[in-house]
Unconditional design. Structure first.
Length: 142
């Protein structure tokens, strides 16, 4: 039996996010932009680029985790709209964005990608946001 390569988070995702926790399949990250309630899910499997690189069962598991994150954002923020996307044009590693959008946000109705200057979280605000997300996602031990 050959060894499978280990999961490694893309360096750009690591630099641009805060660790929320691990679900069964995915690592959940908070985008470091306080203008938006923005989660990123990254399946913890090596060398994935496309959703179709996952088998059917893993695709279904990922969708269930996207739904879990979407429900958490709806519960915490009551957004006007949820944006859910997998682009990968800049970061090739498979990852899905789940973003709570509001008609009052600075990018509305345009996409959030590349809009204006990122507003990193202040340390205390980030801690509060991470704890709220962990509770809403029922991530134990974090």
């Amino acid at each position: 039996m050959r060894d499978e390569p280990e999961f490694t988070l893309d360096a750009r995702l690591a630099a641009d996010t805060h660790f929320v926790g691990d679900l069964q399949l995915s690592r959940v990250l908070l985008m470091d932009d306080a203008r938006f309630a923005w989660l990123v899910l990254v399946p913890r499997r090596a060398s994935l680029r496309e959703l179709t690189d996952l088998g059917t069962a893993a695709q279904q598991a990922l969708l269930a985790e996207v739904n879990r994150c979407a429900r958490a954002l709806q519960t915490l923020f009551a957004p006007d709209k949820l944006n859910i996307a997998a682009l990968g044009n800049v970061v090739a590693q498979l990852h899905l964005h789940v973003i709570a959008r509001f008609a009052s946000d600075v990018a509305w109705p345009r996409p959030v990608w590349g809009f204006g200057d990122r507003a990193p979280y202040a340390s205390d605000a980030c801690g509060v946001r991470l704890q709220a997300l962990r509770r809403a996602l029922e991530i134990p031990g974090t």
